[in-house]
Write a protein that binds this ligand. Structure first.
Ligand code: ADP
Length: 248
């Protein structure tokens, strides 16, 4: 285990026979899974295996064809979208261009009506946590590097104060060296915040570095769930062992 068990509690998310079809195609096929509160859970699998569809259903952006998602025991469909304690961090980051780092980070607080002084204080606190220099507060995001924009996007997501953060391959467009740094930082930020992180990637290597547990998907099915050690030492089928072979 890479982090203290004591911070992991009961399930915050429960997937029950979660299924999504598109015409004749079953993109997500009867998935049963519990994700614990405070866990860093990564769904890994090749392109087309159903990761995005699954994450979009968890984030309430896509309807399930059948099955259920429970959030703290409550069906997610019964929780209005704007009341869900979740936030998505996209690969594209979706930052507001031509706005400053501070304005981007403060946006979630602004829409909640938090007063300007409190917003700024929290934005600066998040910037410290995300290792962004204080003088970046007034810097235009278009002048920031890829890695810095990544940190701004994560700071903005945290400014929503969500209980669960969903990550849609946020590091896939970033070069190898920077990605390795950001993976470490993301892991530290997860530990510091104690939030539940649900992350998707096609890179098992990335999943191995950061996650408490990994779920491996293939053709819409969850074919193995375990800690990085379990996945590495006892791959349960050829697909997983070949996948691990690629990492070595
Ligand atoms: P991954 O994220 O692992 O690459 P996706 O969830 O994006 O996989 O896709 C799983 C399968 O579902 C793929 O075959 C994809 O073409 C299909 N799919 C995803 N979204 C749609 C859609 N809106 N309409 C039709 N097919 C879709």
């Amino acid at each position: 285990m890479t982090r203290s068990q004591s911070t992991i509690h009961g399930p915050i998310l429960e997937l029950r026979k979660l299924t999504r079809t598109f015409g004749a195609l079953t993109a997500v096929n009867a998935i049963d899974l519990d994700i614990a509160e405070g866990e860093f859970f990564t769904i890994v699998g090749p392109s087309g295996s159903g990761k995005t569809t699954m994450l979009r259903m968890l984030a309430g952006m896509e309807q399930a064809t059948s099955g259920d998602i429970l959030l703290r025991g409550k069906r997610i469909n019964d929780v209005p979208a704007n009341r869900r304690p979740t936030c998505m961090v996209f690969q594209s980051l979706a930052l507001f261009p031509h706005r400053t780092v501070g304005q981007n980070i403060e946006f979630p607080m602004k829409i909640r009506g938090v007063d300007p002084a409190k917003r700024k204080e929290r934005a600066l606190q998040l910037m410290r946590q995300l290792r962004l220099p204080e003088n970046y507060y007034g810097k235009n995001v278009t002048k920031c590097s890829g890695g810095e924009r990544q940190r701004v996007a994560l700071a903005r997501a945290l400014a929503y104060d969500p209980e669960i953060l969903f990550f849609d391959e946020p590091l896939s467009a970033i070069d190898y060296k920077l990605r390795k740094t950001l993976e470490r930082e993301l892991k530290d930020i997860h530990r510091e915040t104690g939030k539940t992180f649900v992350y998707i990637t096609h890179s098992l290597e990335e999943a191995m570095v950061m996650s408490d547990r990994i779920g491996v998907m293939q053709a819409g099915r969850l074919i193995q769930v375990g800690t990085p050690n379990q996945i590495y030492s006892t791959p349960t089928n050829r697909f997983v062992s070949e996948f691990i072979g690629d990492v070595n």
